[in-house]
Every structure is written in C-alpha cells, then in structure tokens.
Design a protein around this ligand. Structure first.
Ligand code: ASP
Length: 314
C-alpha cells in the first residue's frame, strides 16, 4: 500500500536558463500552475498519464511566455521550427513513443508527436510528411507567422549581431515538459520546444530525440531542457531514468545534471518522476520553474535554485 501513496503525480517545467524578466514572473508562474492543474484535473478523474502530460504541455505551448508552440524562438532564417517528443511506459514494460522535428505550421507540436506515436509505425517525422500527417489526423495547420510573437522577434533582433547558429551566450531557454504517473502506474514524458533563438535553419535539438530530451520506462520518466547538443551527447533523460533502479528521483536528477560538467558551458535542467510518484528536479542554470501535483500535497509551484554543481560556465 505505501508503494502507491504518491500516485497519481506529475511535474512540469518551463525551461532552465537565465531567469525570466521580473515583470513576466507572475504571469509565468500562473502559466506553470495552470499547466499543472490541467494535467492534475485529468489524473484526479482517473485519466491517463499520457492525456495529463499532453494537456500540461499544450497549455504551455499555447502560452506566449514559453518557448514552445506559440511564442517559439525564431531561427537564423527568422522562421519558427519546433521539436517535440512523447513516450509512454506501461507498468508491464510496454513502451510507445513518437516525435516531430523542425515543424513550422503546427500550433501544438506535442499533439503531432502523439499522432506519430498512435497512428504510424514510425518514431520521428519531419517536414512535409509530418504536416501531411497533421492534416490527415485533423490537427489544424496554421501559417508559420501565426506563431511569432513580438517577444521572439525582439530576441531575434537583439542577437542579430552574432553569427547564425553560434551559441552567442544564449542562455534563455523556455522549453516545456511534463512527466506523469497515473493511478495505474503508467508513466509518460512529453517535451516541446522552439529550440533557441538564431539556431541554424534545419537544426534539431534534444527535445524530439528519444533518451535525450525525454524518456520513460516502467521505473520512471524524465524531461530535459537546456543546451540540446550537450543533452543529446549524454542521453540525459535515459541516463536519469536508468538510475532510478538504484536511487531516488532527486538523486537521479542531481547525478544527471552533474554529468553535464563534462561539457563546459552546457546549461541544463531535468524533471524526473518514478513509478511511485516521487519527484526529482534540478538544473545547473540560473533559474528553472516547476509546478507539480500529487494527491497528498495538491498543486505546488517552485522557482528552483541551481544545484550545487552550477553554474556550469566556460
Ligand atoms: N533543449 C532545447 C534545444 O536545445 C532548448 C531549451 O531547452 O531551451 O532545442
């Protein structure tokens, strides 16, 4: 009985990087709580981890303060290209997963990632084929310009003096993600991003890469944010989930972020949940926001202090 004490549970993040501007903080906080609440409402009704993770991520994709869906950062060609991935793990060990990369005309890339998972035999789709799938699945397409906010444009202009694709000290991350366990013990991880401002056109980050930006197996689930090129190299989320076999989610998250030290200057944050509903979250950046839910403690929001290993600066 105590094994199930924390179920169901979830945690969402809104990216790790430099702290949000002070005037934006209350609205970001409300956005994080609203996202966790939409997932929690599904879990309270006995709904699935997948539905809860998708609902939470869609809420953040629709919020222009976060770098995913509407509000995504613009690439060097001044275009939005978004990545998203989702994975579900049943307590029996069965797993399903889907992802999309560099999509421009879908308001909610996480819905398309779910469609790849549920309606195709594939794992990762890009380009015109991914958009065709969206149309066939009834996911409305939009004009790429519809997703551009004044904020993203201002950021792009500010960084224009740097070479396209250079890291140019961009530490403003707003990727969103959710990890969930439902009352049946099924786990889900979902991550969605616009990447980073002035990335090269066609660049794909960690968010749609299984094991890097998201991962789930029967022991737990993880979602990451931060410098994609580093997160992919370390298979950050898979590494964290594998560690759950011998440690708590807090320890697994801390170990994963500590491993980022091998790549100087790589900012990252991670949220981890285990099959008992225990949560772990940490980062080595300046700031990361999370919101979480479990039946005992209800909804909570936290601006997470960096782990002791941070900051990871060159
Ligand atoms: N991980 C994302 C990427 O590299 C960016 C972020 O988390 O801010 O595409």
């Amino acid at each position: 009985m105590p094994r199930r004490a924390h179920l169901p549970a979830l945690i969402v993040h809104g990216g790790a990087g430099i702290a949000a501007a002070v005037p934006d903080r209350p609205a970001r906080r409300r956005g994080m709580i609203a996202a966790a609440k939409s997932g929690a409402a599904i879990l309270r009704e006995g709904g699935s981890a997948l539905d809860a993770a998708i609902a939470a991520v869609v809420a953040l994709e629709n919020n222009p303060l976060f770098n995913a869906g509407y509000g995504s950062m613009l690439n060097a060609a001044r275009k939005i290209e978004m990545d998203a991935g989702v994975m579900v793990a049943a307590p029996t060990g069965g797993i399903t997963t889907g992802a999309v990369a560099a999509v421009s005309r879908v308001r909610n890339p996480i819905l398309l990632a779910r469609t790849v998972m549920e309606r195709t035999h594939h794992i990762l789709m890009v380009g015109a084929g991914a958009e065709r799938l969206a149309r066939e699945a009834g996911i409305p397409l939009c004009a790429p310009g519809d997703l551009v906010t004044a904020r993203a444009l201002a950021r792009w202009r500010k960084l224009k003096r740097f070479a396209p694709g250079s890291r140019h000290g961009e530490r403003r991350h707003g990727t969103v993600g959710a990890v969930v366990v439902d009352s049946h013990g099924t786990l889900a991880a979902a991550t969605s991003t616009g990447g980073y401002s002035r990335k090269l056109a066609g660049r794909v980050g960690d968010s749609p890469i299984l094991g890097a930006g998201f991962f789930a197996d029967r022991s737990g689930a993880a979602s990451a944010t931060g410098l994609g090129e580093a997160i992919v190299r370390l298979s950050l989320c898979r590494e964290a989930v594998m560690r759950l076999r011998r440690m708590t989610p807090s320890e697994a998250a801390a170990r994963a972020i500590r491993s980022m030290r091998t790549i100087p200057g790589a900012d990252a944050g991670i949220v981890v949940i285990d099959s008992r509903g225990r949560l772990g979250y940490t980062h080595n950046a300046e700031s990361m926001e999370v919101a979480m839910f479990d039946p005992a403690r209800g909804l909570r929001y936290e601006r997470v202090r960096p782990s002791r290993t941070s900051p990871n600066r060159t």
